[in-house]
Design a protein around this ligand. Structure first.
Ligand code: CU
Length: 225
């Protein structure tokens, strides 16, 4: 084989390998999107007709994310089952009561301003039965924030010394958790980005990589329809 043929073969092989890698990137990462989960229409104690129930976990586990079992994540309840998704469908011009079962410990906020509740009905949240308008910034584990709708809800973490800590999702009511409820009022239809603002991605530089920048873990969309 001449040197020229070897070079051409070498370049050809390299082009094919790069092409396959680009194909895999597009097929398995760039186009992957969490399934949309609709809020339920059951009646609630406060007269709000739409309800969304979420949980936050320190580790999503291999059942939900074989590639990243130790990533921190949100999950959503649908027909009594926990689904690994951050894409939620809610009705326009409506009150939506959101419950977050918080199973993760605290990471703390870099910006204490984000420890104040903003944009919910009454500008409050209820934590384990107590209604407040702010939390201690050091106790923040995650936030549920929809910047375009002016909504920010800081979520306090589970105490380090609490018994029965949940290791992997789905966490159960028997395991240590905080219960946070709040109501948001939706207006116009549209797709609104929501995210966590706590640097909660353990093991990543400044806590901002991995689950903080991959759709389906610490951020997603509110599909207002
Ligand atoms: Cu978070």
């Amino acid at each position: 084989m001449s040197l020229l043929v070897k070079k051409v073969l070498g370049i050809g092989t390299a082009v094919i390998v790069v092409g396959v890698l680009i194909g895999l990137y597009v097929a398995s990462w760039a186009t992957s999107f969490p399934e949309t989960v609709a809020a339920s229409g059951s009646a609630t104690t406060t007269g709000v007709s739409t309800r969304l129930t979420l949980q936050t976990v320190a580790a999503v586990g291999a059942k939900y994310s074989p590639a990243h079992p130790d990533w921190v994540s949100y999950l959503v309840q649908s027909h009594g089952k926990w689904i690994h998704s951050t894409d939620y469908k809610v009705p326009a011009n409506s009150d939506v009561q959101i419950t977050v079962l918080q199973y993760d410990g605290d990471s703390g906020l870099r910006n204490p301003f984000l420890s104040q509740v903003q944009g919910t009905v009454g500008a409050t949240e209820t934590i384990d039965g107590k209604t407040v308008n702010a939390i201690n910034p050091e106790e923040a584990s995650h936030t549920f924030a929809v910047p375009e709708m002016g909504i920010l809800v800081p979520l306090p973490g589970v105490a380090e010394e609490a018994k029965d800590q949940c290791e992997f999702a789905p966490c159960t009511m028997a395991e240590a958790h905080r219960t946070i409820t709040f109501t948001i009022h939706t207006h116009n239809k549209g797709r609104y980005h929501w995210q966590c603002f706590v640097p909660c991605a353990a093991g990543f530089l400044t806590g901002g990589g991995g689950p903080m920048q991959t759709l389906g873990y610490m951020d997603g969309y509110l599909e207002v329809v």
